[in-house]
Design a protein around this ligand. Sequence first.
Ligand code: DGY
Length: 337
Amino acid sequence: MSVAPAHRPRVAVSRTGLPGAGVERLAARFDVVDWTGTHPPSADELARVAKGCDGLLVLGSDRVDAALLDAAGPDLRVVALASMGYDGVDVAAAAQRGIVVTHTPNVLADTTADVAMTLILMARRRIPSAVDALRRGAWGAFRMDAFLGLDVHNATLGLIGYGQIARALARRAVGFGMRVQHHHPRRKEDDELSRWVPFDELLRTSDVVSVHTPLTKETEGMIGAAELALMKPTATLVNTGRGGVVDEQALLTALRGGDLHSAGLDVMTDEPRTDPSDPLLGEPHLVVLPHVGSATEATRAAMVELAARNVEAVLDGRPALTPLPGTPGLAGRVISV
Ligand code: DGY
């Protein structure tokens, strides 16, 4: 008597050619089908790839909503993000369906903190304007008053949010001779790197304010005109979290009015920004990077690898390694969040 082959689970991957060996690892155990288009898949395209899958590996910029979960079908047990941020996911819709959602803490904090520190140095020392002048042949004679920035050492860094990336930045900042303070709405504790301060005090007393909160209904637009007005006119704002936390128009107004020294953004609303005449890209005292916080070969490979291990764990019936905070890591547990 022949035994029917066991169902080999199917895993959909929202991009082709992801770094590292994570997808290969999945392909050794599961039927992997990936989106092979040269552009990121639209909602309909992603739904077609996801149809009938047991697991889904996506990027932070992909939208995972109820429609996608339903299009995937009843076998879907896990959505693994190859990202730390999960603002593109309808967490409640997944929880109602007993689908585990995972993300990638523990593998990208240092790499992203390097970029936050880079933005602080670039913005405060006005490095992009100096490089630009050099490239235009406008260096001129050495002048004592040319290309002047503000010191980073002895400056006070204020961290909004105090998770893994913020703490990794605090470690770097201490090495650069900065004083560090932070605000977290619930964990009102000092530690060896930083002291907790109220939100308004942080804005008023910091020379550099760095944003490290996830994007949620509560944090959307949390740095707007009123908050920027509290900051010192000599201060620098840095954002390596999510674009929606900072009101970009209010930021441009503050920079143009001389109410803020400088800013550095690795994240923006409506990414990618591809219009060269975009006011955000041409603002002299604003350094903008194309969302490269975690972009090293090793870290991006580690993110995909962790996402793959999460898929594997859940499809094997084990708890996910890194489920979203406050959610169970086992498929089939229906909860409301
Ligand atoms: C993250 O991990 O959230 C980064 O922004 C890349 O998506």
